[in-house]
Design a protein around this ligand. Structure first.
Ligand code: MF3
Ligand code: CO
Length: 244
């Protein structure tokens, strides 16, 4: 799983670097796919029936499970890349949201978007801090939810983090909001995909017409931050793209 996570982290870094004004979602998916194969990994998402891409890419009001399309990124878009890798049958899953910045364009709304993204990232690290042996799943949920909702945003309740390992999605479910001290106990060696799935407006999401993509019901902006970790005395982060 460490090797799988390293491939995922390097790929996420490449994919985020590829996101620029005028580039399409499909082009970024291609960058990710090539990187995963180059590094000796395989596409975890091909284990999902009916899905054939390396990534899910969501923009602005889209929340998760966006199918890469020929849509071009524009200045001011919030773009989230979600990708998972399979290496020798071991899966890791990660996602990150970023703001697209064009050249010489105005700053309209950008500082608010930057703040929105910063809160999501901070919530992820606070959640990860709770992924230690002896804690409970609710400790992770409470840490994430407290940060997001304490900042005036909403945690999407119907989409959750999850165990990860031999399969992309395993038990337990890891909600982004909940009560500390409740839920399954975390033990040393558990591998989890901790996810912060949140919106600037209300928490409700709807399925889009493509039957895959979830978007916010009120069309407010959404963000997505996810890392795969090993529960230990201190959580070991497997997919930190900033460190590869
Ligand atoms: N990475 C997503 C998750 O975090 C799963 C995407 S499955 C797909 O659970 F089929 F939509 F790609
Ligand atoms: Co996931």
């Amino acid at each position: 799983m460490r090797k799988s996570g390293q491939i995922a982290a390097k790929t996420l870094k490449r994919a985020l670097e590829a996101v620029k004004v005028g580039v399409t979602e499909l082009e970024v998916d291609e960058v990710a796919k090539r990187e995963i194969y180059k590094l000796g990994g395989d596409l975890s998402y091909k284990t999902v029936p009916g899905y054939k891409y390396a990534t899910c890419i969501t923009v602005n009001e889209q929340v998760v499970h966006g199918i890469p399309t020929s849509r071009k990124f524009v200045d001011g878009d919030i773009v989230s890349i979600d990708l998972a890798v399979m290496y020798k049958g071991w899966h890791t899953d990660c996602a990150w949201s970023m703001l697209v910045r064009g050249k010489g364009k105005g700053e309209r709304g950008k500082s608010e978007k930057t703040k929105f993204l910063k809160v999501g990232e901070e919530a992820l690290w606070l959640g990860i801090d709770q992924a230690v042996e002896g804690n409970k799943v609710g400790d992770i949920s409470a840490a994430i939810g407290g940060k997001i909702e304490g900042s005036g945003y909403s945690v999407v309740r119907s989409l959750v983090g999850h165990g990860v390992g031999r399969s992309l999605h395993e038990d337990p479910q890891i909600p982004g909001a909940g009560v500390a001290g409740t839920g399954p106990v975390l033990t040393n060696g558990n591998t989890l995909a901790i996810e912060v799935i949140y919106a600037k407006g209300a928490k409700e999401v709807v399925l889009d017409s493509d039957n895959w993509t979830f978007k916010t019901a009120d069309n407010s902006l959404a963000g997505l931050f996810e890392m795969s970790v090993i529960v230990d005395k201190e959580a070991q982060v497997l997919t930190d793209w900033r460190k590869v």
